[in-house]
Design a protein around this ligand. Structure first.
Ligand code: NAD
Ligand code: ZN
Ligand code: ZN
Length: 379
């Protein structure tokens, strides 16, 4: 079968790989029909995630058709069209029981932090992902959810990660009626977080990025105010002024480690960028939230070596909330929000490309070319 194949930083290609096998009675094999590239894949692509092994197939945002099921799978059958959450979750461990599906212990028992994730390096369990024609889906009775009959497949694939992550970013912000919410990052996740902030009662939503076409998209889609940080002398000072010098009620980090560097703030040399240049958005979030405010972090960082102004967190009495999105927990309410038209996830998809063109697709998404917001690979 054809599958994306990681060859090293900024080098991916599509190769023939063996068809995946059922390795456990709970597994299913899914024939992938759509598979997105995510900002999280860019951290892998940029070589910033430890233990990303050459030969790995990325892809944690996919939908498809059940091709085969292991002997103990009961909830799925061949031919079912399914949304597959990016978290691999056993459904029964102490964390899954609390609906912390992103922190499942069984799917990644050697790790102390994250649970298993499809196509996300050996720090997340070493599972191959869905940027392929077929993929093995462990614990098939737990995560995969049959796609409602009248749902557009482009909406369905956005429910594997982007919509739940944006929603959870807003949810973790503990937004109260009338709050001013600042979202750093106008990628798919940040745009979705800005849209969802209104659902929780935000009174004002501000998005910060430096890519004009994304800011323009956010202005209409969220809708929100959107500012280019390159044109602001100091984003923190600007946000303070905008909020009567008190600071925003809630700040959301939808950027994470930024390999490209945050424009003016890049320190050259990858190591330094990882340590110091990579947490700029998080610095801004901590420094521009009000005293006693909440900073919600969905941006992904490497496990160690991130410099965070923890002194300001303490002195301002900030509450920080962060996690991988718990997709399975959120799916029922997000399916409803798609059905009632409140969120239109497919509108974020700007590029649909054949899987065979994955190398080009990564380049376009990574370099933010051609007004790219979200790319879907079609096997
Ligand atoms: P993306 O790369 O498309 O978007 C990131 C955006 O941040 C870009 O538009 C970039 O210009 C902007 N940016 C860079 N530096 C900035 C700064 N200092 N201030 C403001 N904006 C800045 O990525 P995405 O797909 O939207 O994902 C965003 C982040 O969310 C990534 O770190 C990704 O790994 C993470 N993520 C987390 C989860 C989760 O479950 N926690 C799930 C999906 C994605
Ligand atoms: Zn993702
Ligand atoms: Zn579990």
């Amino acid at each position: 079968m054809l599958a994306m194949n990681y060859r090293g930083p900024r080098r991916v290609r599509v190769d023939h790989k063996p068809y995946p096998e059922i390795l456990h009675p709970n597994d299913a094999i899914v024939r992938v029909t759509r598979s997105c590239i995510c900002g999280s894949d860019l951290h892998l692509y940029h070589g910033m995630v430890p233990d990303t092994r050459v030969g790995t197939t990325f892809g944690h945002e996919f939908i498809g058709i059940v091709e085969e099921t292991g002997p103990s799978v009961q909830n799925l059958k061949k031919g079912d069209h399914v949304i597959v959450p990016f978290n691999i979750a056993c459904g029964t461990c102490a964390f899954c029981k609390q609906e912390l599906y992103g922190n499942c212990h069984e799917s990644n028992p050697e790790a102390t932090a994250v649970g298993g994730i499809f196509g996300y390096s050996h720090t997340a369990g070493g599972y191959d992902g869905g940027q392929a024609e077929y993929v093995r889906v462990p614990y098939a009775d737990v995560g995969p959810t049959v796609i409602p009959e009248d749902m557009d497949p482009d909406d369905a694939v956005m429910l594997t990660d982007v919509a739940p992550t944006g929603y959870q970013a807003a949810e973790m912000g503990g937004i109260r009626i009338g709050d001013t919410v600042v979202v750093f990052g106008a990628g798919p996740v940040g745009i979705m977080a800005a849209r969802c902030a209104w659902l929780f009662g935000a009174g004002r939503v501000i998005v910060i990025d430096h890519i004009e076409y994304r800011l323009e998209f956010a202005r209409h889609y969220a809708p929100c105010e959107a500012y280019n940080f390159r044109s602001l002398e100091d984003p923190v000072l600007f946000l303070k002024k905008e909020t009567g010098w008190l600071g925003a009620d809630v700040c959301i980090d939808a950027v994470g480690a930024d390999a490209a560097g945050s424009a003016l703030h890049t320190i050259t040399g990858k190591k330094l960028m990882l340590q110091a240049g990579s947490a700029i958005a998080l610095h801004w979030a901590i420094n521009s939230v009000k005293k006693g405010g909440i900073v919600s972090v969905v941006g992904v960082y490497g496990p160690t070596g991130n410099l965070v102004p923890i002194g300001n967190v303490v002195n301002k009495g900030i509450t920080m909330r962060a996690n991988q999105a718990s997709v399975k927990r959120l799916l029922p309410r997000l399916i409803k929000h798609v059905e009632d038209g409140y969120i239109d996830p497919k509108a974020l998809i700007t590029h649909r490309m054949p899987l065979a063109e994955a190398a080009d697709a990564y380049h376009i998404f990574s370099s933010k070319l051609d007004n790219c917001i979200k790319t879907v690979l079609i096997p």
